[in-house]
Every structure is written in structure tokens, then in C-alpha cells.
Design a protein around this ligand. Structure first.
Ligand SMILES: [Zn+2]
Length: 144
């Protein structure tokens, strides 16, 4: 279990629509919405309607937590005193399809490459939040 001091970092807040996502992370798993009508996996849960078919019938499912690195950038200029630079922002294409904005820990940026296999790691803050981050899958050759 990893810990992060988030006292200075602005944290996302749970809403009734996103509560299952955050409670899933507290339980150590990635939960995403799935449309009951067209089976589209959805992230983020920003709308009560499916973006594919507009259905309001959604359920929450446990996602695999596996994905591939789609793209990344290293931020060197601080836009907020809350973030210590440099830091990495990554786009992770989840195995289920959605692309998630996150970061990668345990790897230096020079070792990153597109399509590298990643897996979810839930980082708990000292303030009690559970944050989704990703780490490289050890021993994989970009296969998931
Ligand atoms: Zn749908």
C-alpha cells in the first residue's frame, strides 16, 4: 500500500454519480459504468446517459485494472504550488476501452513507451483518499 501526502493537492470530490468509482478504489478495485443497453464501458461517469446510445440504464462493474500507455507528458513548469515538478501525466487506454488520465509510478519517463502494459495501483493518501495510478507490468513485453 502506497501513501501520498495530498494535503496541498486539490483532490477530486465524490458526487452521487461518481460515488461507486471512489468507493471501488477504497476497496482496491477500479469500478466503471457499463451501459445496460449497448455494453459500452464508460469513464468518467460525468453523465447519467450513455454516450453511445443515450440509455440511462447503467450498472457498475469491476474493471480489470489493466491497460496500455497511450501517451504521456512530463510537466516541468508548475501551474500550482500544490504540484512538485517534474511530474508525469499519462493517458492510459484501459483494457475495457476508455482512456483514463492518470500517472505512472515506479518508472522513469525515459523507460516509457507507447503500448507498454500497465496495471492499476491504488495509492492511499494520508488524508484518506484513494487515488488511481498505474505501474508497469513487470516482465511483460507490452502484452496484456
Ligand atoms: Zn449505451
Amino acid at each position: 500500500m502506497s501513501y501520498l501526502d495530498s494535503s496541498a493537492v486539490p483532490m477530486p470530490s465524490s458526487t452521487p454519480l461518481s460515488e461507486p468509482f471512489w468507493s471501488g478504489l477504497e476497496a482496491g478495485e477500479l469500478r466503471l459504468q457499463v451501459c445496460d443497453n449497448c455494453e459500452t464501458w464508460r469513464y468518467p461517469p460525468t453523465s447519467p446517459n450513455c454516450s453511445g446510445c443515450l440509455s440511462t440504464a447503467v450498472r457498475w462493474e469491476k474493471a480489470s485494472g489493466r491497460g496500455r500507455l497511450w501517451s504521456w507528458t512530463v510537466i516541468h513548469h508548475s501551474y500550482s504550488d500544490a504540484f512538485e515538478t517534474p511530474y508525469l501525466v499519462a493517458l492510459v487506454e484501459l483494457e475495457e476501452g476508455p482512456v483514463m488520465v492518470s500517472t505512472i509510478i515506479g518508472t522513469v519517463p525515459t523507460d516509457l513507451h507507447c503500448d507498454m502494459a500497465l496495471e492499476l495501483i491504488v495509492v492511499n493518501t494520508h488524508q484518506g483518499e484513494s487515488i488511481p495510478m498505474f505501474q508497469a507490468v513487470i516482465g511483460s513485453q507490452s502484452e496484456i
